[in-house]
Design a binder for this molecule. Structure first.
Ligand code: CMC
Length: 435
């Protein structure tokens, strides 16, 4: 059973007065000291609503899953530092941790893994479903559509037992869906899962093998992908996770909520940034390798170019995931016996940006997407699959948040307010009297 999201109610309240009305707003402190103002009674007592575009200051829920301290570059899943999990854990173990709140025992992990292996295949009719989609489709909407379509195959009402089945099915089928989304766009036959392989190796096999010959799975590559999945597994209330929570708050099924999360992740300011980073590095390499020129463009407010893989809403310090990835990048590339021009360009970009007043004053540091694409590229992962790998990694985090929300005693449908800025009441004008 997952750890409950606990907080302490402080003795002190915040008093608000507005146009003769007043409210006493309670304060709640989380386990790492963050204090939030509880505004639930604000509107009913004073008529005021809060205004916070982009939700930069809005705590939408209490959560016991992931802790981030963006000023000090700290990320922990269920209390465990990301650096330790990256070094010592496996993706399936981290998935269990996120879902259940504790690290699994050996028996729990092996039965979790065995249960997942029972559900790795997709219904054979999905071949026709994929066949109806254009070959040049990006794999992200293909994945979102396929996960949404799972809701048409598994229609039972969501009892706790049924939700457990949906969780296992999603984790089991996601690598199969991810690999099929790629095979579809290159016109190769889909590969069936091979359950004697571990979670990540099975994905690698389905992505690269063909029915004509076996694919020798490089353990260095499989471990690097597993590590990348761990680093992406959760990141508290980011855009896609908040989407999953919001969709799920209407009591839409898990498959539908996760499909919406995949769509949110696709955008280039979120998970789609990993593809954009490699495209940026390739663009620089093609031009003349001049990093300064690109940095100047990223600083120019009249140019739409941004330094992709740089900056973060929460981290005002080095993203701890980027720190792990930078080190891993160099190790993986040398263990694979490769050299990477793109890694050299990325490191030069980082060096210049971290000394530049524009980036320093805005506290813009490399984020998780800056180095992940370089590793994916060195491993031979096709560029349009980078965000799909992010999706595979983020899946257990999305599910953990969906479950936490459904079990939260304060659970209510998500429904933000607005400040209306449109026309005041006016009478309808018939069409012959307009213009
Ligand atoms: N390159 C150039 N300038 C930037 C960048 C960048 N990558 N990021 C932010 N800025 C500037 C921005 O123009 C603004 O400048 P000013 O104060 O002069 O108007 C200032 O820094 C603050 O930026 P913001 O857009 O208000 O910050 P935000 O918190 O709303 O956006 C972000 C965060 C991640 C969307 C943004 O930094 C960005 O677009 N980065 C590039 C895309 C990227 O790498 N996304 C991946 C995010 S991490 C993984 C994930 O969440 O999926």
């Amino acid at each position: 059973m997952a750890t409950q999201a606990m907080s302490e109610k402080l003795q002190q309240d915040i008093d608000i007065q507005f146009e003769g009305k007043s409210a006493k707003l309670p304060l709640h402190r989380g386990t790492e000291g963050e204090v939030g103002i509880d505004i639930a009674k604000l509107r009913s007592s004073t008529g005021l609503v809060t205004f916070d575009p982009g939700y930069g200051n809005t705590g939408a829920c209490k959560s016991a899953i992931t802790y981030i301290d963006g000023d000090n570059g700290i990320l922990r899943y269920r209390g465990y530092p990301i650096e330790e999990l990256a070094e010592k854990s496996s993706f399936l173990e981290v998935a269990w941790l996120l879902l259940n709140g504790e690290l699994p025992t050996k028996t729990e992990l092996s039965s979790f893994s065995a249960e997942i292996k029972q559900h790795t295949m997709l219904h054979e009719d999905f071949k026709r479903f994929f066949g109806a989609l254009p070959k040049d489709a990006h794999p992200m909407p293909v994945c979102a559509a396929t996960v949404g379509a799972l809701a048409t195959y598994y229609q039972d009402p969501e009892s706790e037992r049924q939700i457990h089945s949906s969780v296992i099915r999603l984790l089991a089928k996601m690598p199969t869906i991810a690999a099929c989304s790629y095979k579809h766009c290159i016109g190769q036959p889909f590969m069936y899962p091979r359950n004697e392989l571990d979670y990540t190796s099975n994905f690698v096999n389905m992505l690269f093998a063909t029915p004509c010959e076996d694919y020798p799975i490089d353990p260095v590559a499989a471990r690097a992908i597993d590590l990348l999945l761990i680093l992406h597994a959760d990141h508290e209330q980011n855009c896609s996770t908040s989407t999953v929570r919001l969709v799920g708050s209407s009591q839409a099924p898990l498959f539908a909520s996760i499909s919406a999360g995949i769509s949110a992740l696709w955008g280039s300011l979120h998970g789609g940034a990993n593809q954009k980073v490699i495209e940026m590095l390739e663009h620089i390499a093609r031009e003349d390798g001049s990093v300064d020129k690109y940095v100047a463009r990223a600083k120019d407010k009249n140019d739409t170019a941004r330094l992709m893989g740089f900056g973060h809403r929460i981290y005002k310090n080095y993203d701890p995931r980027a720190a792990v990835l930078k080190k891993t990048c160099a190790e993986v590339i040398s263990r694979l016996g490769k050299s990477s021009k793109l890694l050299e360009i990325a490191m030069r970009l980082e060096e210049i940006a971290l000394k530049d007043e524009y980036f320093v004053s805005r506290k813009l540091y490399p984020n998780v997407d800056f180095y992940s694409g370089v590793i994916f590229n060195a491993l031979g992962i096709p560029t349009n699959m980078f965000t799909v790998l992010f999706t595979m990694g983020r899946l257990p985090g999305w599910i953990a948040h969906w479950l936490e929300m459904r079990r939260d005693p304060d659970f209510r449908i998500g429904r933000p307010r607005q400040i209306y800025t449109g026309a005041n009441k006016r009478p309808y004008v018939s069409i012959d009297r307009r213009g």
